[in-house]
Design a protein around this ligand. Structure first.
Ligand SMILES: Cc1cc2nc3c(=O)[nH]c(=O)nc-3n(C[C@H](O)[C@H](O)[C@H](O)COP(=O)(O)O)c2cc1C
Length: 188
């Protein structure tokens, strides 16, 4: 089975971001069938339709890069019960020009990570709303609302709790099988 290359989009720019730590923890435990890579989004100028005729270099590079991946894994915090602006901006940038969305058909998974008890449920589902419109087949189960993120990582950024590691393993393996169902996604 060929390794599937997965773009990981992290919805936080914070230096000590729990979501980035989670993305790295997932990378450290990825099955051999997946190759996860963080694709940065903080450099993208805010989307403005006026710029579509002569798009910023960062938009072009981002779009070209995302196109090459077989799937997209979103790891995001919740801001005010919704998706952080930086992540929504990346989604908007990738979705244009109209008819040439780089998200089209790419199998996705969503994980929300928060210190709060409800694990970013609101962001997770607001994000799913956009992904439905963008025609990204989204992994349904297991849902991944990770709460208590402030107590999850040790000083090396590792997750020590066995039950959480077990869950993350299941999540990754199920996503790996999901991605296999869409063999053409990397050529779009
Ligand atoms: C503008 C803002 C809004 C926030 N709103 C929420 C929220 O709705 N729900 C929640 O669980 N946490 C909320 N938080 C707290 C974040 O979960 C917390 O800052 C978390 O550490 C952000 O993720 P990160 O560690 O990956 O940067 C908010 C934080 C900020 C800065």
């Amino acid at each position: 089975m060929a390794t599937k290359h997965i773009a990981v989009l992290v919805g936080s720019l914070r230096r000590e971001s729990y979501n980035r730590k989670m993305a790295k923890a997932l990378m450290a435990m990825q099955p051999s069938s997946l190759q996860l890579e963080i694709v940065e989004i903080g450099q993208l100028p805010i989307y403005n339709q006026d710029l579509d005729e002569n798009p910023p270099r960062e938009w072009i590079e981002f779009r070209e890069k995302v196109k090459t991946y077989d799937g997209v894994l979103f790891v995001t915090p919740e801001y005010n019960r919704s998706v952080p602006g930086v992540l929504k901006n990346a989604i908007d940038v990738g979705s244009r020009p109209y008819g040439k969305s780089v998200w089209e058909g790419k199998p996705a998974a969503v994980m929300s990570v928060s210190p709060g008890a409800i694990g970013g449920f609101g962001a997770n589902h607001h994000l799913r709303q956009s992904l439905v419109f963008l025609n990204m087949p989204i992994l349904q189960q297991p849902e991944a609302y990770v709460g208590g993120a402030n107590k999850l990582f040790n000083e090396r950024g590792e997750i020590s709790q066995d039950s959480t590691r077990e869950f993350l393993n299941t999540f990754l393996r199920t996503y790996a099988s999901w991605v296999e169902r869409f063999p053409e996604a990397g050529q779009r």
